[in-house]
Design a protein around this ligand. Structure first.
Ligand code: SF4
Length: 432
């Protein structure tokens, strides 16, 4: 299995996206705190690591940790806004350090849309320069795009633009907006769309990529909104192949290990032929409308076959349908038993303990994913809140307050209460 883990190396950023789901926190990483996490991925036989943020290129030790991860045999990737990679020297440094794959995040080919989503002018030319710089240093490039209200009607136009201007890009990823966290949660009225708002444009974009021999993935979109391209759903592929994902959040959530991929289903889903491999409605914040879900009646086996027999992805070893069906049935039984066990354990805990650290710390608080997430069997710390981290956080919050006012968005509240509490405890611990 090609499991890939995520490390948030910083949580601050040099852009100001109104729907950022992982905004600034007072936590910071050192090389040593990141090294522990890389070593754990290696011990778990993970295929690769994705260095992310915040904006990971703002960490001064990014090249060093990328090089270390590569030396340990991991496939090293990074999700970035591309601002620093537009600098040829920095791109060279990252290429030499061992970065193999860059996911550059661009929302729209329309400069005004891109600028208003990024909170900064001239981000598009820099993203293009980053693409060229990465290619010059042997770093493969994907384009990542968050689907939101401002770009959902022209996803296909953006794809056509990329194909024409940067034909070397072979893979694209869409993430439907996560309305449950950070700044996205408090600015839903500006950035959240309905599912049907992107349906046609996404299908057209997928068609363009198919026709041109390119590949793509779509995350957090229920299969009824991508029925013709269901095999490209990230959740569906992970369900089919039984993959897991560990994310080391640089915040109070710390480490989340996700082993199942169902989000929210409605009564109508019971009639849907693809329900066993559908991630459902990503809606931890109750933002998307469940009434938009409609059962579809297509051959699930055809979708599965396309995933397990994909010649470009040899990571799943059971390539025949009978072998997959036996494996899938076994995994479903295991998942059911794990869910029942978790439920029993939860009901045995005293009332006062329920809703405590575990629930607050992971998507496991969603009843539909209660079996889906679990802490890894270790107690690794993900970064730390330090005096310097708090100073940086407070400085950044002041700047972000000004940016928020200028762009007419709300600042998230996550991390602020926590920062206040930690500040107080740091202050008291250093009191004479
Ligand atoms: S109706 Fe439900 S199970 Fe079917 S594709 Fe939509 S979300 Fe998935």
């Amino acid at each position: 299995m090609a499991n890939i883990g995520y490390i948030q190396v910083v949580r601050h950023c040099n852009h100001f996206c109104g729907f950022c789901s992982n905004p600034t926190t007072p936590y910071v990483h050192t090389f040593d705190t990141m090294k522990v996490l890389v070593d754990d991925f290696v011990a778990r036989d993970y295929f690769g690591v994705i260095l992310t943020g915040g904006e990971p290129t703002l960490h001064p030790e990014l090249p060093r940790i990328a090089g270390y991860a590569r030396d340990q045999g991991l496939h090293v990737r990074m999700i970035t806004n591309g601002w620093r990679m537009a600098d040829a020297d920095f791109a060279k440094q990252m290429g030499e350090a061992g970065l193999q794959h860059m996911h550059i995040s661009v929302y729209s080919h329309k400069p005004d849309v891109e600028e208003s989503l990024r909170g900064l002018p001239k981000t598009l030319p820099r993203a293009e320069a980053a693409v060229d710089n990465a290619a010059a240093h042997g770093i493969a490039v994907n384009i990542n795009c968050v689907i939101n209200r401002l770009n959902c009607d022209h996803l296909h136009e953006t794809i056509a633009w990329w194909i024409e201007r940067h034909p070397q890009i072979r893979h694209f990823v869409w993430n439907n907006l996560d309305p449950s966290m950070g700044r996205a949660e408090v600015n839903q009225d500006q950035f959240l769309h309905r599912l049907r708002d992107f349906e046609w444009s996404l299908a057209e974009a997928c068609r363009l990529l198919e026709q041109s021999g390119r590949t793509y993935r779509v995350e957090k979109v229920p299969l009824c909104y991508m029925a013709d391209f269901a095999w490209a759903s990230t959740e569906t592929r992970k369900i089919v192949k039984g993959e897991e994902r560990i994310v080391h959040f640089l915040d109070d959530k710390q480490t989340v290990r996700q082993t199942t991929w169902g989000h929210r289903y409605v009564e109508a889903c019971r009639h849907c032929t693809v329900q066993p491999i559908c991630g459902g409605l990503f809606d931890k914040g109750d933002a998307y409308d469940p009434d938009e879900l409609t059962p579809i009646f297509v051959d699930m086996d055809k979708i599965v076959a396309r995933i397990i027999q994909d010649p470009s992805d040899p990571s799943y070893k059971l390539r025949s349908m009978p072998a997959w069906k036996a494996d899938f049935a076994r995994r479903q039984v295991d998942a059911r038993q794990a869910a029942e066990h978790a439920q029993r354990r939860a009901s045995e805990r005293p009332e006062t303990e329920r809703g405590g650290a575990d629930q607050a710390a992971s998507p496991a608080s969603d009843p539909n994913t209660s079996a889906a997430t679990a802490r890894p069997p270790s107690d690794m710390k993900v970064g730390a809140v330090t005096v310097e981290g708090l100073r940086m956080f407070n400085r950044k919050r002041r700047i972000e307050g000004i940016q928020a006012e200028r762009h007419g968005v709300q600042l998230e509240t996550d991390g602020v209460t926590r920062a206040g509490a930690v500040e107080a405890s740091l202050a008291s611990s250093t009191d004479p």
